[in-house]
Design a binder for this molecule. Structure first.
Ligand SMILES: [Zn+2]
Length: 272
């Protein structure tokens, strides 16, 4: 699933291309992708301009000039591609801009959505989700992270990092990478973390997400950016997807376990 670096990459690329652009028409080819009848979605969005594109957790929010917003979640296999390359499978929603450019929303496993919501109701809706802080937001301090952890002493660290209500934007890839970076086992119980380990983890989360964002994210599964290109961070992943391969720290074997139902790779000797 696209995480913060991937969704933010798409946001930045689209913002540079479609901010201020008028949407001439939109075609919803698969009604279940949207939250209102397809014809209503098409009619409401047509002739509006894109005022801004925001991101909260893994959700992209397109604010339109007519008081409506579209919340897009790519979930497992969603792709938003502007012109150029084709995505996987069929496009389900096609936005055509008045300058002739197109933005296509693909989702071959169909878990994602595009929800049309009044802009002034969007905040209420996001508030209901109760998302945790954004890691790359300047307000996310070590003190905040410590206080959040203190509320979850019995949780296992890696699933907790993936909980969007705890912190926002981290999923299965970067939770594993952050644990490796901080030399903490993904199974560690939060209450056993020393102050130094918490500080390391805090720094690792920021460092890894920033590095992945700088490389345009990780193309595991279906992820491509808004131009249909793969992200460049996969060669820098240290444990994710490296089951049985030598650990880059100690040359021991990277081990993979199931943790809260998700495949989780780590080095049992480097991470304690
Ligand atoms: Zn190791």
């Amino acid at each position: 699933m696209p995480e913060l670096p991937e969704v933010e990459t798409i946001r930045r690329q689209l913002l540079a291309r479609i901010r201020g652009r008028k949407i001439k028409s939109v075609e919803v080819k698969l009604a279940r992708m949207v939250n209102v009848p397809a014809a209503e979605f098409e009619k409401t969005v047509a002739n509006a301009s894109v005022k801004n594109i925001r991101r909260r957790a893994k959700i992209l929010i397109f604010d339109l000039s007519n008081g409506w917003s579209i919340a897009v979640h790519l979930k497992m296999t969603g792709q938003l591609i502007y012109d150029g390359k084709e995505g996987i499978g069929k496009s389900h929603i096609i936005y055509t801009f008045s300058d002739g450019h197109k933005l296509k929303h693909y989702d071959f496993r169909l878990f994602g959505y595009a929800k049309l919501i009044k802009t002034d109701e969007m905040e209420k809706l996001l508030a209901k989700e109760n998302f945790g802080p954004e890691i790359l937001d300047g307000n996310f301090s070590l003190v905040i992270f410590k206080n959040l952890l203190a509320k979850k002493p019995r949780a296992k660290i890696k699933p907790l990092l993936m909980d969007q209500k705890f912190i926002a934007g981290v999923g299965n890839i970067y939770a594993q990478e952050a644990c490796f970076c901080a030399r903490i086992s993904p199974k560690r119980i939060v209450g056993t973390l020393a102050a130094e380990e918490i500080k390391n983890l805090y720094q690792c989360l920021q460092k890894i997400l920033a590095a992945a964002l700088a490389r345009g994210g990780s193309s595991v599964d279906a992820y491509v950016n808004a131009l249909g290109e793969k992200g460049g961070y996969v060669p820098f992943l240290k444990v994710y997807g490296r089951e049985g391969k030598p650990c880059i720290g100690c040359r021991g074997k990277v081990k993979t376990i199931k943790l809260a139902g998700r495949g989780t790779s780590f080095c049992p000797s480097c991470q304690r």
